[in-house]
Design a protein around this ligand. Structure first.
Ligand SMILES: C[S@@+](CC[C@H](N)C(=O)[O-])C[C@H]1O[C@@H](n2cnc3c(N)ncnc32)[C@H](O)[C@@H]1O
Length: 284
């Protein structure tokens, strides 16, 4: 397997993809591709390896809701035997394919398929994996608990389930989450209103930084290296506003849910606010 580090790549043909009626992550992925560099890939790999702790060499992996494909790429670069990336969004699929081509990875090692976690026939047609990874996806399905159970069927005995789900940690945050559900619904449905929402939310965010004595210019400049997804500030704002349907759960709720399904939680990364909790389970 050769992982060329050449960054010469022309993805112009994909820019012809048209916008969809509903919110698509494509604009985000396009910007992501333009700004992706080796240090971001290295940081993403490091995070993955530090969280999973187990050796990824020779493992089979499914990345459900692969988005940009960055984490699928990391699994490949960490010597997974086989990685299957699945996403419902054509543009995300194209983005992952651009990365695969750029890194000269064979389709036998990194397979990319369009598919939905909501498609039971598709999910049951898949084999079992050593690692099932789904970061920031199932809370966008509109029936989170059902699909959290469904995705766990893809984990082989002794295998790992790595998920990230929006946090709900206390009464105040639960109220906040309900409020955001409405805002995101409006944003996803009304393209014309998006610039206004972006402006209001960005201004509100910056005001929050200023009142906490944080320099917003430095914060925005350093955001990429601090952010878990290695996205820049403005791209993350779009990701946040555009991600709908939107559900949430606490670490404790998820731990209980998967314990009942015969999993043991082996690692967590707790979100500070209403961001994503990351959880790692092993199937007993
Ligand atoms: C917030 S992005 C996260 C992307 C990626 N997992 C990451 O960690 O950067 C959510 C992704 O889930 C995908 N998605 C949403 N609903 C899905 C579904 N029902 N089946 C598969 N993918 C889905 C979206 O298209 C999008 O690419």
């Amino acid at each position: 397997m050769t992982h060329s580090r050449s960054s010469q790549f022309n993805n112009a043909e994909l820019y012809e993809n048209s916008y969809k009626e509903n919110f698509s992550f494509w604009e985000n992925w396009k910007l992501f591709l333009e700004t992706l560099d080796e240090s971001k890939v290295a940081k993403a790999q490091e995070h993955l390896q530090n969280f999973i702790k187990n050796d990824i060499t020779g493992k089979t992996v499914i990345d459900f809701g692969s988005g940009s494909g960055l984490m699928s790429l990391c699994f490949v670069l960490l010597w997974a035997k086989k990685v299957l990336s699945v996403d419902i969004d054509d543009n995300s699929i194209e983005c992952a394919k651009i990365l695969r081509k750029k890194y000269e990875i064979s389709e036998d090692i990194w397979e990319i398929q369009k598919g939905s976690i909501l498609d039971e026939e598709f999910v049951s047609s898949l084999w079992k994996f050593d690692i099932v990874y789904s970061w920031g996806v199932i809370h966008h399905t509109g029936n989170m608990w059902k699909w959290l159970a469904n995705i766990s069927k893809l984990v082989d005995v002794g295998g790992l389930l790595y998920i990230a789900i929006y946090n709900k940690s206390n009464i105040l945050i639960e109220w906040t989450s309900g409020f955001w559900e409405k805002i995101k619904r409006i944003y996803a449905k009304n393209r014309l209103i998006r610039p206004l929402f972006k402006l209001i939310y960005t201004s509100y965010y910056i005001l929050g930084l200023l009142t906490n004595g944080i320099n917003p210019i430095r914060y925005i400049r350093e955001y990429k290296s601090e952010s878990m997804r290695w996205m820049d500030f403005f791209r993350d704002i779009e990701d946040w506003l555009g991600g709908h349907p939107y559900e949430y759960a606490s670490v404790e709720e998820l731990e209980k849910f998967y314990t009942d399904l015969w999993y043991a939680m082996t690692n967590t990364f707790r979100a500070r606010s209403i961001g994503c909790n990351e959880l790692l389970f092993v199937k007993k």
